[in-house]
Design a protein around this ligand. Sequence first.
Ligand code: ADP
Length: 298
Amino acid sequence: MIEAQALSKRYGGTVAVDALSFAVKPGQVTGFLGPNGAGKSTTMRMIVGLDHPTAGTATVNGRPYRAHPDPLRQAGALLDARSVHKGRTARAHLLALAQTHGIPASRVDEVLGLVGLESVAHRRAGGFSLGMGQRLGIAAALLGDPAVVILDEPVNGLDPNGVLWIRTLLKQLAAEGRTVLVSSHLMSEMAVTAEHLVIVGRGRLLADTTVAELIERVGVGTVVVRTPEATALRDALTAIGAVVTGVEAGLLHVGAATAERIGDVARAAGVVLHELTPRRASLEEAYMELTRSEVEYR
Ligand code: ADP
């Protein structure tokens, strides 16, 4: 469980995070979504005590992260995949981390296997590709077998296989009952990965919702209808209270009526249909709309 209570962070005159309050529950993947510069990384750093809030609190499993005697077992985080000692091998990097936190060496080999880095365990991390670095960062985050997993833009630099692997891993971690918070600036990615969404823009909370709810909210779309008898169909649809726009070239955009209803009306009016396509506003469009005015122009 992660809880942010009126969390705020200012850097001089810049407001990075503005009175954010949200909770991240166990057993599901929570997507932390927002345009670049929205304050996601800053929030994540404050959750694990790498940054001090200007106001408000962040707790992990009921306490500030730093107040736990066994922090790596409480939460593991991937915040900056480049923050490894470049001269060390992947295994040595993890081993050093394990030793300072009382974690057995056997766990190092376990997580190396989990992220698919066994074959390069003895290579220097400095020579790793971005994707391998991400995997090493995830191995470090999982080292303490933590109840809470926090990953900042984990798919950055991964190839399509890697992206698929991350999705599966995140779902598996959630299914094991862990709290999983993962940030992204891409709605398309979060739509297939997360169940719960915390959406931010310019440091402020824009939505705290489920993917299902968001689909429901943006679900009132239109139906595209193509017919050689556009005028007759428009009249018949208008008569039942549907909203019809754009009659040109035999193409109608119909609102306030389902595709089924439109089909029935067309049949009753003896009108032939060549196309009947429900169009729902996509999650991506809903997200763009939500964050339009909040995008940080840098
Ligand atoms: P995101 O992770 O959503 O891309 P960040 O948390 O990195 O956003 O940044 C939020 C805002 O805070 C940005 O405007 C960024 O420039 C600013 N910011 C982040 N870190 C610092 C810092 N160390 N010093 C000054 N400004 C910062």
